[in-house]
Design a binder for this molecule. Sequence first.
Ligand code: NAD
Length: 474
Amino acid sequence: MDTHRQVLDRLRSSFKSGVTIPEQFRRTQLSKLTAMIKENEELILKALHKDLAKPKFEAVLSELDLVSNELHCATTNLSSWMKPEYVSKNLATRLDDCFIRREPLGVVLIIGPWNYPLQLLMVPLIGAIAAGNCVIIKPSEVSAATDSLIAELIPKYLSQDCYAVVRGGAEETTALLQNRFDHIFYTGSQTVARSIMQAALVHLTPVTLELGGKCPCFIYGRVNMEAAARRLVWAKFFNAGQSCVAPDYVLCTKATLDSLLPAVCQVLEEFYSKEPQTSPDFSRIVSPKHWSRLMELLKRSSSKVVVGGQGKEEDKYIGGLHGPMCGHSGSPTVVVDVAEDDALMQEEIFGPILPFITMESLEEGIEFVNRREKALALYVFSDESSVVNTVMENTSSGGFCSNDGILHMTLPRASGWGSYHGHWGFETFSHRRACMLRGWAMERLNGLRYPPYQENKLSWLRWTASPKPSCSLM
Ligand code: NAD
């Protein structure tokens, strides 16, 4: 097996040869990646099921189709993305060619997490290939089946001179990071992100960090409780709560809680039956270690469990036997009476535990959220547009969605929906090179800038360079 250095040397010399620059090369690699996804759909679904018991329905929507759509978007738009972007000129540069050229960064490293182990590696990879880079991808060792499948498939489909998979956990990744990359793209936890930044610092490597956090969900005012319960439960328990944009906790009044809870219990039963542990539609916690972390959080919490709360380690399942409110066996976990300093509020939950925090007023909830770190996503459920607007205008978060959860991530990607989807992926992995192609014309006008400096020359220069609504001289 090649060492990290050998892999990097191979990729760097390919990059230097310019092989990734032509549009046709990038197109070929993207179509090979498309074939890889299409031809191995069953194997991918099997691996995702092995890692997370991911239901086919969720895997198709959030992994396979999402990646295929990104590939389609990149291949459809590649020519226009690669075109030079002409910029506005002033009088002094009017005869020049002034444009921004997108150039690849070089050899880039993409490190992925385990919760969407295909999507969160492939989407940045698509951007990096489209932008003409050579790429090393490092899947998460935690989602072992998908990790191993990706390592097997990528060299079969993509150019081995330009793309490679390096496998391993913290130790191997730390060793890999000692090498110089031209960009590091990392998705994962905030703790590890600090180590990534430290490694990048040594080589002054630019980084993109896609991290986690706690995503609040306000439920306030007049609300269609049944619909709210369905959308909330779906968004929270999709992938067993292991989504970076899953609603982490709910903020509502006591009155809302009283009418919402029965609806939540009913929906849980509708979705996952009275025995969620037997439901094929409810994922599992990725590993015993992550299962223990969640169970430990529950143990340390002083909140009141109203649904679930018990786990089966051998099945990496968190749900429960009899929750006092719903009285059915095996369901994801809902807790109430959660204090601000409760264990569940100290870190991102990232699992199927949904805390409800009661507030007296919307303002109190907004203050609560604003006291904490900025959220990746923020949700508000209400029939009243004034409530939605009040929350939107008085808080800040990576993304915002009213009356639903997670769904905003499926929008056609514009800036802000994760700055690496679609065109933004291409931009993240491109260097924007400002280019000015000048001729020899207008030397008299150019002469204004040469010494000996004079006040009247300066006035002319300032006038030529200043913004003008319309210029009648040219
Ligand atoms: P993680 O940080 O533990 O691991 C992510 C990657 O880093 C893995 O490939 C792992 O092998 C590697 N790694 C682990 N320890 C390392 C170390 N010491 N040095 C170098 N590399 C190391 O994250 P995770 O548990 O896989 O993912 C969960 C986190 O990711 C959550 O916080 C979640 O919110 C976040 N996340 C964010 C997004 C987003 O788009 N913002 C998407 C998914 C997940």
